[in-house]
Design a binder for this molecule. Structure first.
Ligand SMILES: NC(=O)c1ccc[n+]([C@@H]2O[C@H](COP(=O)([O-])OP(=O)(O)OC[C@H]3O[C@@H](n4cnc5c(N)ncnc54)[C@H](OP(=O)(O)O)[C@@H]3O)[C@@H](O)[C@H]2O)c1
Ligand SMILES: *[C@@H]1O[C@H](CO)[C@@H](O)[C@H](O)[C@H]1NC(C)=O
Ligand SMILES: *[C@@H]1O[C@H](CO)[C@@H](O)[C@H](O)[C@H]1NC(C)=O
Ligand SMILES: *[C@@H]1O[C@H](CO)[C@@H](O)[C@H](O)[C@H]1NC(C)=O
Ligand SMILES: CC(=O)N[C@H]1CO[C@H](CO)[C@@H](O)[C@@H]1O
Length: 328
């Protein structure tokens, strides 16, 4: 018992130190770029950092689409964004990244209603709510944080490519985490349940995201789309409360107070999406509004290619769909 208490204390004190340091030295996005007449999609733009990112783009005049799996939460988020920005061009659409079918339905709907997509903010993600299989037979955390985001990105690429131009490329921003450094790629076991500690699954999913960002940047010959990945740092959101452990609520309460505010956490993603400087990079990793080096595994090109191939197979992307992503 006392060992557990000690661990809890270490987590809390460690969290306080890291959180306070990051919060007090957090850089903010300085770009004032306007997005009138442009369209931005923020997955999970209904809570936490996503809500801040969506509201920021609404302020900048964009048409903003937010997407999450719960109607009530989505409509509530939409209302908050309209209220804070005064921009009424905000749309909510249902999207459950833990279901391949839901992603396909969502994209079909987007292609019907939207004639352009300038920015895709892959923000949605879960913490460690549980270790179980989805109805697609994949590990839930991996599917929401990685496979789902992968499929969504690939299906939207043709529209992003059509919208972007060489002088004003469309942009994709993926959200990883420092925990990708503890991730491992193990193809035999990567969609299994009961095999990993849950925090490891989260790390694996974020490592895959970072690897994919590099691989996609490499494969993307078109100058019309650029892709990067960000680490927001330690941010006080409900993501820390998704575990059903008894003290998670308490720990998450501490984190809410000590970690960055979601607005602060959103700054690096906004930087990667809007700044001219970030727009010069492809497949890179950003933190604290600066380009930094990710974990070593992220630069393993062979691994990235293998992860790419396995992912294409797992999410059942057809050859035809793949061709549409990369044909010019
Ligand atoms: N907070 C941190 O310290 C931290 C650190 C590193 C990286 N990150 C990453 O930052 C991103 C944003 O996290 P956050 O801290 O802002 O978390 P959050 O407050 O929990 O927000 C997560 C968002 O994702 C949505 N979402 C969850 N499951 C989904 C699904 N199956 N399909 C579609 N959308 C779904 C949520 O919608 P609902 O609310 O409707 O469920 C919510 O809008 C995540 O990718 C996270 O991994 C966070
Ligand atoms: C963020 O960047 C600033 C300026 O380079 C630096 O002073 C600060 O220590 C950085 N903060 C973190 C958490 O890395
Ligand atoms: C974002 O990650 C997804 C996988 O989740 C991947 O398909 C896509 O290539 C990545 N996009 C960028 C811009 O890195
Ligand atoms: C965490 O989640 C639990 C259960 O959903 C909720 O009762 C509690 O208020 C939440 N705590 C925080 C700090 O958000
Ligand atoms: C449902 C599903 O795709 N399951 C896969 C999980 O991963 C193993 C190993 O790669 C595959 O063989 C399964 O098909």
């Amino acid at each position: 018992m006392s060992v557990i208490l000690l661990i809890v204390e270490i987590i809390i004190i460690g969290g306080m130190v890291v959180g306070l340091y990051q919060k007090n030295t957090n850089l903010v996005c300085k770009s004032k770029k306007r997005y009138d007449g442009k369209t931005v999609l923020v997955t999970g733009g209904t809570a936490g950092m996503g809500l801040e990112i969506a509201a920021d783009f609404a302020h900048r005049g964009a048409r903003v689409i937010v997407a999450c799996p719960y109607e009530d939460e989505g409509l509530h988020g939409k209302k908050l964004i309209i209220k804070s920005s005064g921009n009424h061009n905000v749309v909510f659409k249902l999207l459950d990244l833990s279901s391949l079918q839901s992603i396909r339905n969502f994209v079909a709907d987007i292609l019907k209603t939207e004639d352009r997509l300038d920015i895709l903010m892959n923000n949605a993600g879960v913490g460690i709510p549980g270790d179980f299989l989805t109805k697609d037979g994949m590990n839930f955390i991996m599917q929401v944080n990685y496979y789902g985001t992968f499929l969504l990105t690939m299906l939207l690429l043709p529209l992003l490519k059509k919208t972007g131009t060489p002088s004003e490329p469309s942009r994709i921003v993926n959200t990883s985490s420092v925990l990708h450094k503890f991730g491992k790629i193990d193809f035999e076991n990567w969609n299994k349940t009961g095999h990993w500690a849950k925090i490891r699954i989260y790390g694996n999913s974020k490592l895959c995201l970072a690897l994919f960002t590099r691989e996609l940047a490499k494969r993307m010959k078109s100058p019309n789309v650029i892709v990067n990945v960000v680490d927001p740092g330690a941010v006080g959101t409900k993501i820390y409360n998704s575990s059903r452990i008894a003290w998670a609520s308490f720990v998450s309460f501490i984190f809410l107070i000590l970690f960055k505010h979601p607005w602060e956490g959103a700054q690096t993603a906004l930087y990667a999406a809007t700044s001219n400087r970030a727009g010069q990079f492809k497949g890179e990793y950003f933190k604290n509004c600066s380009r930094v080096r990710a974990g070593e595994l992220v630069y393993d090109e062979k691994l990235a290619t293998r992860v790419w191939e396995e992912s294409v197979r797992l999410v059942k992307l057809s050859d035809d769909e793949l061709n549409q992503c990369f044909s010019s």
